[in-house]
Structures are given as structure tokens and as C-alpha cells.
Design a protein around this ligand. Structure first.
Ligand code: C5P
Length: 224
């Protein structure tokens, strides 16, 4: 069986990462959450007071940070490191969520991260999720999936995830953040969130998690 690239794009909070992670595990593939890279850049820029209106400052910021991924040996989960420090929890908080779409539209940020994502996928055998994976990062991916789900359901799921991590956020606030990120991500000039012409659409509103995973696995096997 040949190794393929699986690109999973879609709206915020419709379960792309958990689904992509499970698919990768079943196939013995590498999993990469591209959103975590945009989140790590956002955290770094916020912490270091980078003025994103000045392109030179953005470039210096990007050149002084290093994003890496390491496995947590206790549960096998992927952890994001910023200049050697584990920032997995911090990048998932509302502070970063509120600013990430603004920072991810910067051309310098996108080109640096897309380059890194392509390098990580060059051996294939990877499942990558994000917003522009099937359209820009890997336009020749063998399988492209575009996920969407009803906004109320997405907000409820995300609120539960945050609560599990100890952050109690109102449903309204979570919903507003998802909607504003979707609008910014879909409306930006550079690599907007959109379904690739050859992507398979998957509405996860009323799908069980296992069903989502097995549908993608089936599609993947047809392409191997
Ligand atoms: O996937 P996640 O919701 O963690 O992504 C956070 C943000 O990162 C998105 O709202 C979007 O602004 C940005 N992003 C992006 N391109 C990607 C992945 C994420 O612009 N491939």
C-alpha cells in the first residue's frame, strides 16, 4: 500500500483535530495540527509585544522562535513546544483564540509556516488538519476532507473541551469566537478557508465520532 497525504480542513471547532489524530493513529501515520503552529506564533507575538503592523518586526519575531512537537510519553499525545517550552495548554486558551486569526492572515507568518508544514509532509504518511491544507499546503494530497458542523453543536463541544481543561467560558463567548474566526479565516485574501474543488465534504453535526473516523479511513483506503 502506498503512503498518502490526508488533508483535513474546515471550520473552527468541528472536531478536525481529534478526528485527524484518530485517523493517523489507525494508519500509523504522523499527525500534524497546523492550527497549533499559528497558535504558537500568536502566543509568542503576544508575549513579546510584536507590532504586527510592521513587517520587519514580524520577520524578526518569526526568526527568533522555534516551534517543535514532542510526544508526551505518558499518553502518547502530541505537545507543542515554543523555544523548548511546552505551551500546549497556553495556546488553547481564549486569549490566543481571540487573536490567532488576525495573526494568521499575515503573509510572512503564512509563508514561514506553510514551508515548515510542507517539509514535515514530504515523506507522506501524514494527516494534517487546518484551513488551507488541501488548497495551498498540499494541493496534490491524495485525500482531502472538508469538515463542517452546525454552529450551536460546535460551540457546545468547544465549551466542554475548555471546561475539561479548567476554563469556564460562557456558550455565547465560545460561539462568538468560533463565528468571528470563521468569518476572518474565510474572508482573508491569502489562503482563505474554503473547500478545495476535489475535497469530500463531511458534516459532523450528527455523526458519532467513530463514524467520522471510519468514513475517513474508508476514503483513505480507497486511495492507497
Ligand atoms: O485549528 P485551530 O482552530 O486551532 O486554528 C486556529 C487558527 O489558526 C484558525 O482560526 C486560523 O486563523 C489559523 N489557521 C490557519 N491556517 C491553518 C490552520 C489554522 O490560518 N492551516
Amino acid at each position: 500500500m502506498k503512503k498518502i497525504i490526508i488533508a483535513i480542513d474546515g471550520y473552527s471547532g468541528c472536531g478536525k483535530s481529534t478526528t485527524a489524530k484518530a485517523v493517523a493513529k489507525k494508519l500509523g501515520y504522523t499527525y500534524l495540527d497546523s492550527g497549533s503552529m499559528y497558535r504558537a506564533v500568536t502566543l509568542y507575538f503576544l508575549k513579546n509585544g510584536i507590532n504586527t503592523a510592521i513587517a520587519e518586526e514580524v520577520v524578526v519575531g518569526l526568526n527568533t522562535m522555534e516551534i517543535s512537537f514532542r510526544m508526551d510519553p505518558s499518553d502518547g499525545s502530541q505537545q507543542v513546544y515554543l523555544n523548548g517550552v511546552n505551551v500546549e495548554e497556553e495556546i488553547r486558551g481564549m486569549e490566543v483564540s481571540a487573536r490567532v486569526s488576525e495573526i494568521s492572515k499575515l503573509p510572512e507568518v503564512r509563508s514561514a509556516l506553510v514551508k515548515k508544514q510542507r517539509e514535515l509532509g514530504k515523506e507522506k504518511g501524514i494527516v494534517m488538519d487546518g484551513r488551507d491544507i488541501g488548497t495551498v499546503v498540499f494541493p496534490h494530497a491524495e485525500l482531502k476532507v472538508f469538515m463542517k458542523a452546525n454552529t450551536e453543536i460546535r460551540a457546545l463541544r468547544r465549551q466542554r473541551e475548555l471546561a475539561d481543561k479548567g476554563q469556564q467560558i460562557s456558550l455565547e463567548k465560545v460561539k462568538d469566537n468560533l463565528e468571528s474566526r470563521d468569518a476572518l479565516d474565510s474572508g482573508r485574501k491569502l489562503s482563505p478557508l474554503k473547500k478545495a474543488a476535489d475535497a469530500v465534504e463531511l458534516d459532523t453535526s450528527y455523526l458519532q465520532f467513530d463514524e467520522q473516523v471510519s468514513r475517513i479511513l474508508q476514503l483513505a483506503k480507497e486511495r492507497m
